[in-house]
Design a protein around this ligand. Structure first.
Ligand code: MN
Ligand code: MN
Length: 441
């Protein structure tokens, strides 16, 4: 048994300064004062927020694409996640030899016995045919509650295929998310850059302007609306993207969306850093302008977004990214961030934007639990819910650095950023796994 004493418990509708008792793997009592049972481990949480464990709905651990394999596998990725206060991740699983069921099995095998936090999978749909349609309900039966399609990259689906995908998913009730960028236009812009020999890394964002994000959001939302089915937009990065989501909602279309910490605290000037350092920030969508950052923060404060994902997809600077420094189209895209996601979002939203701890909690815990079928087992401090707890000391100021980070990549994109608030303790299903910022179990 573990009792957390006199923390500021972030409940679904208010903050309660009080005690929380966990017995076995469940929360069994929440009150102003809970008597300490004999033999219970006592954690003093004075001056700390006590959150339901954070949920990261967007990780790519142990992934291989056409260019490279990620630096982080499930071991290092979930270690980084739990040290950052994340008790559940939802990782992307891809089909194997055209089969969703086989893909899910392979990803489950890779993760089994290697995870420091709880996990589940989104299933990627990279082609549509009868076999895939047939397998969609089967993987839902096996625990998948969300699918993802791409409107960019070589494995993007056509509008017709996305229509077919949503039609097949609709009877299952699963969520359909999309990477929204117009892949055809990116190909055209990239071909143009190649023809001109403009392949330095600062060309990367120019081939993926915000307008191709908003166009894809519009198109994907339209397909969902045609089938009267809700859609979810991952990693919205720009003001134009936010505006498009709002326009869709004004039309009565059901659209939920996610953004990521990198779009809140990093901007496009990174691509112009000397010594090829810009390659560290190659990701898609790319980093945007300060105006975009401000629009995203406003949108977060105004409740436009439902979730914040890390989009953790780590590659090393020296071995993987730098190798392709003379050709931005060959640089593996993605950054580490599962460890920093929670505390950056906390610092930006609660400290800088005056968001309430309750509203912040919904973005990093309650909403993803609800969207991905984990609620109320996860995502809330309530009697009967899993004992997944993240304790944040509000007063500790610290500087984010690779030196103290746990990704296997050789850098973090947030190097040198100062934040106030530190993940001090984490409890996973009743196990005290992080103590004073260190992994103890
Ligand atoms: Mn993506
Ligand atoms: Mn992603």
């Amino acid at each position: 048994m573990i009792i957390i004493q006199q923390g500021e418990l972030v409940l679904t509708d208010r903050i309660l300064t009080g005690d929380l008792l966990i017995d076995g793997d469940k929360i069994v009592a929440i009150d102003e004062h809970v008597p300490v049972p004999e033999g219970a481990k006592v954690i003093d949480a004075k001056g700390c927020y006590v959150f339901p464990g954070f949920i990261d709905p967007h990780t790519h651990f142990q992934m291989t694409n056409a260019l490279a394999s990620t630096a982080d596998d499930f071991d290092s990725g979930t270690k980084a996640a739990i040290l950052g206060g994340t008790t559940s991740i939802i990782n992307f699983a891809s089909p194997e030899e055209g089969s969703l069921c086989k893909g899910l099995e392979v990803h489950k095998e890779r993760a089994a016995g290697h995870c420091s936090c709880d996990y589940k999978f989104h299933m990627e749909l990279v082609e549509m045919n009868e076999e895939v349609s047939h397998e969609i309900p089967k993987v839902v039966e096996a625990g998948v509650s969300s699918f993802k399609v791409y409107l960019a990259y070589g494995f993007r689906l056509t509008d017709r295929e996305i229509y077919d995908a949503i039609e097949a998913i609709k009877p299952t009730g699963a969520l359909v998310g999309a990477h929204c960028e117009n892949g055809d236009l990116i190909d055209a812009f990239v071909a143009d850059k190649r023809k001109r020999g403009e392949l330095d890394v600062d060309n990367h964002p120019l081939t993926r302007p915000a307008m191709i994000e908003s166009e894809a959001i519009k198109r994907f939302s339209t397909i969902g609306a045609a089938l009267e089915y809700p859609v979810h937009i991952v990693h919205v990065s720009s003001k134009e993207g936010v505006d498009e989501v709002l326009r869709e909602r004004a039309l009565g279309h059901q659209v939920t969306c996610e953004t990521c910490p990198q779009y809140l605290v990093l901007d496009e000037s990174r691509y112009k850093l000397p010594d090829f350092e810009g390659v560290k920030y190659v990701m898609s969508p790319p980093l945007r302008t300060i105006q975009d950052q401000m629009a995203l923060k406003d949108a977060l404060v105004n409740g436009v977004f439902q979730t914040i994902g890390s989009d953790h997809c780590s590659f090393t600077f020296n071995d993987q990214k730098l190798k392709s420094r003379y050709d931005f189209t060959r640089i593996p895209g993605g950054i580490p961030g599962a460890e920093e996601r929670g505390i950056i979002a906390y610092d930006v939203l609660v400290n800088q934007c005056n968001m309430s701890a309750v509203d912040f909690m919904k973005l990093v815990s309650e909403n993803p639990a609800k969207l991905y079928g984990m609620y109320p087992k996860k995502g809330t401090l309530a009697v009967g819910s899993d004992g997944d707890i993240t304790i944040v000391d509000k007063h500790i100021e610290h500087v984010l650095s690779k030196e103290s980070a746990h990704t296997k990549a050789d850098y973090i994109p947030y190097e040198g950023i100062s934040v106030t608030g530190k993940v001090r303790d984490v409890i996973l299903r009743g196990h005290h796994v992080v103590q004073d910022g260190s992994l103890i179990e």
